[in-house]
Design a binder for this molecule. Sequence first.
Ligand code: PRP
Length: 178
Amino acid sequence: MSTPSIPGIERVLFTEEQIDQRIREVAAEITGRYAGRTLKLIGVLKGSIFFLTALARYIDVPVKVDFLAISSFSNKSGSPGVVRIAKDLDDAIEGEDVILVEDIVDTGFTLRYLLQTLAGRAPNSLAVCTFLDRNSRRIVQVPVDFRCFEIPDRFVVGFGLDYNQLYRNLSYVAVMKP
Ligand code: PRP
């Protein structure tokens, strides 16, 4: 694929075909791990919805979906990592096999908070699946059970990831110019 004529985009990192192929592989891993069980996929709005729907279609066990939204901000001393739930799940997760689905894990603050919060609701199991992992930016260590791609420390858009709320609907992932 040639570089698309969208202002600000430097190059394509993962094409639509590469993404589809990798999502199929991860979905097959999940299908194997959860054989005979019913799975609940929890998407973190908004970025993860594109990945979640693509992933869910390739998972071959019964799947339920639910969504939550978070807001994150810096505290008074300017340190990042303060997270709260802005929209909670519709349903309880007690006794369920849950996979938290993210578009990207960066510092890990969001995931740490969500895992602590959801673990307190007594699911049968709780795992994490992320589309992208920018591990080089990790500040707090969090468990990631399934990941599609590790990415470099660059700003990326597409397939759910935005720049000022734009570009989420791109079918590929691209690196923005510095
Ligand atoms: C992204 C992503 C995670 C969070 C990860 O959400 O979906 O929730 O950032 O960052 P962290 O590991 O540093 O905590 P974002 O705030 O961009 O919201 P969006 O999904 O609506 O774009």
